[in-house]
Design a protein around this ligand. Structure first.
Ligand SMILES: Nc1nc2c(ncn2[C@@H]2O[C@H](COP(=O)(O)OP(=O)(O)OP(=O)(O)O)[C@@H](O)[C@H]2O)c(=O)[nH]1
Ligand SMILES: [Mg+2]
Ligand SMILES: [Zn+2]
Length: 296
């Protein structure tokens, strides 16, 4: 029997888990029983480990229930999801941003929207995106090169476990290094040829921030899993729809083509942003299509 220590899983690579307790990081294997119990040790988990006098330590218990758990990126116990995308290079894609947002809503995490690379994006494009979201979420326009807007972002993230999520090349690791120069996270260029990031960050890792709190740096991705939401639930993952739900003519209205729909009416009146509604409608059709395929 070794010493029992409680810590947090800060990284997982190739079957090893790295558990931080105080200032020490222990390389650990996980107990075989987890597989049988269908518990996947995840970055962000609070774990009990056994540390033998020599050799690898062993993760033998994960603190359950977790506050929340995400599949992609695989992280847990997140207070705040910071959705980061670039104002330019790579070109922002609102459909992808809304997918990240829906995922964060579904997992009951706080949300900050962060538009990075304001030094190279056009003012007009940035304002357009800001206007779509600013009534719904806190929006930070920042540059990890000039430092613009970083103070506000830092204040919003202070003392929280914040997950950086967003497309490859958005500048997640660069921002982390700006906020915590000791992080020394690897960064990579955006490909000139494809206009996409090169998937530089391969593994999620948690960093302690000197100003208080933590940042999870995650790998960016460009493709997506099936939306985890159901048709019924999706409308509730768009917080700005909430005042209009239950006010449509039909109780089971999904706000697509049904007559006298309060949500679509709000879009026409400019209260709900058209871009957001477009994402909602696209995701709803995708969920329907996936359901249909399931029963073929
Ligand atoms: N001009 C400008 N370039 C930036 C800014 N932030 C990051 N970059 C550049 O964008 C490129 C991608 O940055 P990364 O930090 O590696 O991006 P990432 O989001 O971590 O990407 P993945 O790890 O692949 O998910 C690098 O060449 C950075 O130097 C910024 O604010 N302005
Ligand atoms: Mg990165
Ligand atoms: Zn409706």
């Amino acid at each position: 029997m070794g010493e029992i220590i409680k810590g947090k899983i800060v990284k997982g690579i190739a079957g090893f888990y790295y558990v931080k307790a105080g200032n020490t990081v222990y390389q650990c294997k996980a107990r075989g029983i987890f597989k049988k119990l269908r518990i996947v040790p995840t970055v962000g988990d609070i774990a009990q480990i056994e540390v033998p006098p020599d050799g690898d330590a062993l993760v033998f218990e994960i603190e359950l229930p977790r506050k929340n758990i995400f599949v992609r990126p695989a992280i847990s116990n997140v207070d705040c999801f910071v959705v980061i995308f670039a104002a330019a290079d790579p070109v922002p894609n609102l459909r992808i941003i809304d997918r990240f947002l829906v995922m964060a809503e579904k997992n009951h995490a706080g949300i900050i929207l962060c538009i990075n690379k304001t030094d190279i994006g056009s003012r007009e494009d940035i304002e357009k995106i800001e206007n779509i979201y600013k009534e719904i979420y806190p929006v930070c326009c920042v540059s990890a090169v000039t430092g613009e807007g970083i103070d506000r972002l830092r204040n919003l993230m202070k003392d929280k476990a914040c997950a950086f999520a967003g497309p490859s090349g958005a500048g997640k690791s660069t921002l982390l290094n700006f906020l915590n120069p000791l992080a020394l996270a690897e960064t990579g260029e955006v490909s000139q040829k494809t206009g996409r990031g090169k998937h530089t960050t391969r593994h999620t890792e948690i960093f302690d921030m000197q100003y208080g709190g933590e940042v999870f740096d995650t790998p960016g991705f460009t493709s997506f899993d099936i939306l985890e939401s159901t048709e019924e639930e999706l409308q509730h993952l768009y917080p700005e729809f909430e005042p209009f739900l239950g006010k449509c003519r039909y109780d089971n209205c999904k706000h697509l083509r049904e007559p006298e729909c309060a949500v679509r009416d709000a879009v026409v009146r400019g209260i709900v942003q058209k871009e957001r509604y477009t994402s909602y409608a696209g995701q709803l059709l995708e969920i329907r299509e996936n359901e249909r395929i399931k029963y073929l």
